[in-house]
Ligand binder design. Sequence first.
Ligand code: HEC
Length: 133
Amino acid sequence: MKGWALGATALIVAGVAACAKEEQAAPAARPLPRGVTWEMVAKGQALFNGAANCSGCHGRDGGGGFLAPRLSDREHLHLQTSSYGEILERIRSGVPQPKRHPGPMPPKGGADLSEEQLREVAAFVHHLDPGGQ
Ligand code: HEC
């Protein structure tokens, strides 16, 4: 019994260590913010690359393009903390004065998004974003 408990403890410790390592290697895997579900992230991704056409400027899955920056790196032009709330409001208001790109981002990227869809797109962008300054 004792041996079993020790073995289990070792397994748990190894598991936690592996998770910590993984987190370092893939900082993009931020925990979901309060009120956000994986379903919202998935729906947001479909909108981003589809009906909302964010990908038309930001590239597929926010990889970046000539018209708009990559959204999956630590470089932020119009975000301080890249919290879910901040990302949501940035998408809502757009970017009237771009810093490095030729034209502005209209509010909601110019797409006709409901409040629910806006939250889904923001959930996907938050998931892409590794956080930080
Ligand atoms: C017409 C092109 C265009 C479309 C469409 C567009 N964006 Fe943007 N987006 C931009 C530009 C330009 C910037 C600012 C880049 C700069 O300052 O040089 C920006 C900035 C952003 C930022 C802030 C990035 C940062 O580094 O601070 C986010 C988040 C963002 N867009 C999300 C979206 C989402 C989500 C959609 C779809 C609903 C979308 N954008 C649609 C052009 C676009």
